[in-house]
Design a protein around this ligand. Structure first.
Ligand code: ADP
Ligand code: TRP
Length: 327
């Protein structure tokens, strides 16, 4: 099976990216043919993500991948913009997708509310590039958080449409969604997903300093009442914090409820902050070491690009021949 996924280097990663996406990748690299990349061309759809910060974030994300446990000997790691065949295939796909389908994407509709008519066209055609990222390697499985499921569904539709119009080239990939942690919520507004695009108070960055983690958790929104109980409908904020505790401790939610019975929000939050700080510490240490040798990181990415690009070029040729473009 071929597995592929990526994260946008819009800023440093948060624990939602880690549990929703990357932690799934770690197990997959042991058994499958894996491609993990850094989606820098998708990052520039966010107006605050470009400029010198983008190159820094790209290398930081690469270091995070490796610090989290991705092994360049077991999977290909590369940067999206280093492989121009992605964007060429995206253009071809954009001619196959009805505009209405792009306008119906939840992510686009949410961002349209945020930006109004000044929304950039890249946010609309975003899924065409994502489909190209996946299909150019003929990947079968795409481990992502819940918010990206719809884009993977659209990728399947594009693959089907291409195959029936021009002859079979692509598989129909499936999204692989984590059982727990596929949609961590914002710490300041549990009706929204935790996102790098929101103010940093709303998420725990995997490289946040201990003091920062403590402050964010202690200030996180709570629900009325004082009981530590998992109830997503009536206690969305505490349920989110319980999910985070579960993910970091591997304890079941009911045993966590039991542990904090009668203890109140403040003591639960203090214990949660301590747990997160302790569990993130080794990853943070490893990342710091990796960033001391940026040349080595770049050479890992270049080696990944070299191998991935050969496959991308081959698929693009096949696509062009099927369509009738001169190859
Ligand atoms: P963000 O929305 O924070 O900018 P990305 O769009 O780069 O993050 O997402 C990278 C990966 O992390 C995707 O697989 C996405 O589904 C996953 N992801 C993002 N936010 C969350 C979240 N709050 N909970 C779980 N997974 C998430
Ligand atoms: N759109 C994804 C996100 O926002 C990032 C991404 C780009 C991606 N291309 C991809 C994820 C291909 C999986 C496969 O999280």
């Amino acid at each position: 099976m071929r597995v592929l996924s990526g994260v946008r280097p819009t800023s440093l990663l948060h624990i939602g990216n880690y549990f929703g996406a990357i932690s799934q990748w770690l197990q997959m690299q042991e058994k499958h043919d894996c491609f993990f990349f850094i989606a820098d061309l998708h990052a520039i759809t966010e107006p605050t993500s470009y400029g010198p910060i983008l190159a820094d974030n790209t290398l930081d994300v690469a270091a995070s991948y490796i610090a989290a446990g991705l092994n360049p000997k077991k999977c290909l790691l590369y940067v999206q913009s280093d492989i121009p065949e992605h964007t060429e295939l995206a253009w071809i796909f954009s001619t196959l997708i009805p505009l209405g389908e792009l306008e119906r994407m939840t992510q686009y509709k949410d961002l349209q509310k945020k930006y109004g008519s000044s929304i950039n066209a890249g946010l609309l055609t975003y899924p065409a590039l994502m489909a190209a990222d996946i299909l150019i390697y003929k990947a079968n499985a795409v481990p992502v958080g819940e918010d990206q499921q719809q884009h993977v569904e659209l990728t399947r539709t594009i693959a089907r449409k291409f195959n029936s119009k021009f002859g079979k080239v692509f598989p129909e990939p499936i999204a692989i969604i984590a059982k727990s942690g596929a949609r961590l919520k914002s710490l300041t507004d549990p009706s929204k997903k935790m996102s790098k695009s929101d103010p940093s108070q709303s998420y725990i960055g995997i490289f946040d300093a201990p003091q920062v983690i403590k402050e964010k958790i202690m200030r996180a929104t709570t629900d009325s009442g004082s009981e530590i109980k998992f109830d997503e409908k009536n206690k969305p904020a505490i349920s989110n914090l319980l999910t985070i505790y579960h993910l970091f401790s591997q304890m079941t939610v009911s045993s966590i409820e039991q542990k904090f019975k009668g203890k109140g929000y403040a003591s639960f939050k203090t214990a949660l902050a301590d747990l997160i700080i302790e569990k993130l510490q080794p990853l943070q240490e490893k990342q710091k070491q990796l960033l001391k040798n940026k040349e080595k990181l770049v050479s890992i990415l270049n080696a990944g690009t070299k191998k991935a690009r050969l496959i991308a070029q081959k698929t693009l040729k096949e696509v062009k021949r099927k369509i009738g473009l001169i190859v």
